[in-house]
Design a protein around this ligand. Structure first.
Ligand SMILES: [Zn+2]
Ligand SMILES: [Zn+2]
Length: 132
């Protein structure tokens, strides 16, 4: 009897669409916890799916996985994520949610600084700190 009840409860969750599985990392995501905003990306890996041409219109036929490739700061100081579609290259900007992984957000923000396209020593030379 216990087993049967467990299954019934799982089906309830599916039917009410309170959760979905992330297409990129496979983790189960609930709609609760994102604050008042509509959830449009995974709070764990921050990936999204290419469904919209303009945010919310569901007009894109692509369906490709959109990687979180960057973070930028809006004029009001709020962070937003740049998503890029793996299939077609479409770029979009999405506001962060209150339960997005802070570690993942920071790692995306720091990645360009961790992998500069020039040797860091050249900065020392530029600002005159290098020992001659
Ligand atoms: Zn994910
Ligand atoms: Zn796409």
């Amino acid at each position: 009897m216990k087993y049967k009840r467990f299954n019934y409860e799982n089906e309830n969750i599916k039917n009410t669409e309170e959760s979905f599985v992330c297409a990129a990392c496979g983790r189960n995501i609930t709609y609760a916890g994102a604050g008042s905003r509509h959830r449009n990306h995974c709070p764990h890996c921050l990936s999204s799916v290419h469904l919209d041409n303009v945010p919310g219109d569901r007009a894109a036929d692509c369906g490709g996985i959109m990687d979180a490739i960057g973070v930028w700061v809006r004029r009001d100081g709020e962070w937003a994520i740049i998503h890029r579609c793996r299939s077609c290259g479409h770029l979009s900007s999405n506001r962060i949610a209150s339960d997005d992984s802070p570690v993942k957000l920071l790692s995306i923000a720091l990645k360009p600084l961790a992998l500069p396209p020039f040797p860091l020593e050249s900065i020392e030379k530029m600002i005159g700190l290098s020992e001659k």
